[in-house]
Design a binder for this molecule. Structure first.
Ligand code: NAD
Ligand code: TYD
Length: 351
C-alpha cells in the first residue's frame, strides 16, 4: 500500500536511524522528515539519504499548526511516526517549560492536525507515538516494567513524556484516532548527542577530560543499540495492534559504574593508552536531583507478538559505537562547538 509517512524528529539520534531504515527498506513509501533542527537535530546524520527519491526534509516546529496543516496537505500524509521531543533529563531540570511546549503541547498540536486531516476515514491511518520507559518511574532492586506498570514519572522530562502518552491514548479513546505507543529503554549508538552518558564519556576520554559520575554511580539502566530500536519501530508500525502499547528493551542491565569501566577499558585499547588511564578520569560529582535508581524493561510482549529481539550483544554494540565516534571526529567536533560549550559549563560548573 502506498504510504506517505511523516517522521518527526528525524534529524535527531533515534529518528535518523528510523528514517534511514524506512527510506532504504521501503522504496515505495515516501518518507517526510519534519524536524525543527534544535541543538539536538543535525542533518549531517542523514547526509547519505540526500539524493534518495523517496525522502524529503522539512524544517518545521511541531508547535506550528498552520505549517503542519500545509505539510499534511502538500505531502498527503497517511501516517505519522512521532519522535520529535526534548529528550535530555538534565536539561528538563533546568528548563521544564521547554519540555511542556514540545513534548506535550507540540504532540497535542500534531494529534489535532492528523485527526482533522484524516477525518474522512480515521481507520486508514496510524499515529505512532515513540515514548520512553522513564514514564514508569524507578524500580527497586527487583522487577521489570511491563506494559501494565502504572505511570509514575519523576523528572520533568518523564512527566512530559507521560503526559504526551496519555494524550495519544485519549485521542484513540475519545476520537477513534488509530494509535500505537512504544516505550523503550536507554538507547546508545552512532549519532547520539554527547550530552547523554555514553557519547559524553567517549568524547571526554578522547579529550582527557574528567568523567562526571553522578552520585555513587550505582544507578542501573537497560541499554539497547539504536538500530535494534529502529527495527522494533518498523515491526510495531506495520504489525502492532492498534491502540496497544509495546515495551522495548535490551534485557541488558548495567550499573553506570560497571558500564563506565567497560567503556574505559575499551577506550584505552582503541586509543593505545596505558591500561587504567581512562578510568583515572572518573570524578564523582553531585547527584542529579530526583535521579531514578533503576530502569529495566520486560520486552516479552513484543518478543512474542512481533518476534522482535535485540540483534547485538552489548559489548559488540559498544565497540561499534566507539569506532563510529572515533571515525567521525568531524561530526563530534562540529557538535561540541558553539552552544554545547555553554551547556557544558552550566551543567558541570566547569571551564
Ligand atoms: P534527540 O534529542 O536526539 O532528537 C530529538 C529531535 O527532535 C531533534 O532532531 C530535534 O531537532 C527535534 N525536535 C525537538 N523539538 C522539536 C520541535 N518542537 N519540533 C520539531 N522537531 C523538534 O532525541 P532521541 O534520543 O533521538 O529521542 C527521540 C524520541 O525517542 C524522543 O521522543 C524520546 O523521548 C524517545 N526515546 C529516547 C530514548 C533514548 O535513549 N534516547 C529512549 C526511549 C525513547
Ligand atoms: P543519560 O544518558 O542522561 O540517560 P537517562 O537519564 O535518560 O537514563 O544518563 C544515563 C545514566 O548516567 C543516568 O543514571 C545518569 C548517569 N549520568 C552520569 O552519571 N553522568 C553524566 O554526566 C550523565 C550525562 C549521566
Amino acid at each position: 500500500m502506498k504510504k506517505n509517512i511523516l517522521i518527526t524528529g528525524g534529524a535527531g539520534f533515534i529518528g535518523s536511524h528510523v528514517v534511514r531504515l524506512f527510506v532504504n527498506k521501503y522504496p515505495k513509501y515516501k518518507i517526510i522528515n519534519l524536524d525543527a533542527l534544535t541543538y539536538a537535530g543535525n542533518l549531517e546524520n542523514l547526509s547519505d539519504l540526500e539524493d534518495s527519491d523517496n525522502y524529503s526534509f522539512v524544517k518545521a516546529d511541531i508547535n506550528d499548526q498552520e505549517v503542519l496543516e500545509k505539510i499534511f496537505r502538500t505531502y498527503d500524509i497517511t501516517d505519522v511516526i512521532h519522535l520529535a521531543a526534548e529528550s535530555h533529563v538534565d536539561r528538563s531540570i533546568h528548563d521544564p517549560l521547554a519540555f511542556v511546549k514540545t513534548n506535550i503541547i507540540g504532540t497535542v498540536n500534531l494529534l489535532n492536525v492528523a485527526k482533522s486531516y484524516w477525518k474522512e476515514d480515521l481507520s486508514k491511518h496510524l499515529f505512532y507515538h515513540i515514548s520512553t520507559d522513564e514514564v514508569y518511574g524507578s524500580l527497586g532492586r527487583d522487577g521489570l516494567f511491563t506494559e501494565s506498570t502504572a505511570y509514575d514519572p519523576n523528572s520533568p522530562y518523564s512527566a512530559s513524556k507521560a503526559s504526551s502518552d496519555h494524550f495519544v491514548r485519549a485521542y484513540n479513546e475519545t476520537y477513534g484516532l488509530q494509535v500505537v505507543i512504544s516505550n523503550c529503554s536507554n538507547n546508545y549508538g552512532p549519532n547520539q548527542f554527547p550530552e547523554k552518558l555514553i557519547p559524553l564519556f567517549i568524547h571526554n576520554i578522547k579529550e582527557r577530560k574528567s568523567l562526571p559520575v553522578y552520585g555513587d554511580g550505582q544507578y542501573t539502566r537497560d541499554w539497547l543499540y539504536v538500530v535494534d530500536h529502529a527495527r522494533a519501530i518498523d515491526l510495531v508500525f506495520h504489525d502492532g495492534k492498534k491502540g496497544a502499547t509495546y515495551n522495548i528493551g535490551g534485557f541488558n542491565e548495567w550499573t553506570n559504574l560497571d558500564l563506565i569501566h567497560v567503556l574505559c577499558k575499551k577506550m584505552d585499547q582503541k586509543l593505545g593508552r596505558e591500561p587504567g588511564s581512562s578510568a583515572a578520569l572518573i570524578t564523582y560529582v553531585i547527584d542529579r536531583p530526583g535521579h531514578d535508581k533503576r530502569y529495566a524493561i520486560d520486552a516479552t510482549k513484543i518478543n512474542k507478538e512481533l518476534n522482535w529481539s535485540p540483534s547485538l550483544q552489548f559489548e559488540e554494540g559498544l565497540e561499534k559505537t566507539i569506532d563510529w565516534y572515533l571515525e567521525n571526529a568531524d561530526w563530534l567536533e562540529n557538535i561540541t562547538s558553539g552552544s554545547y560549550v555553554e551547556y557544558y559549563k552550566k551543567q558541570y560548573k566547569s571551564e
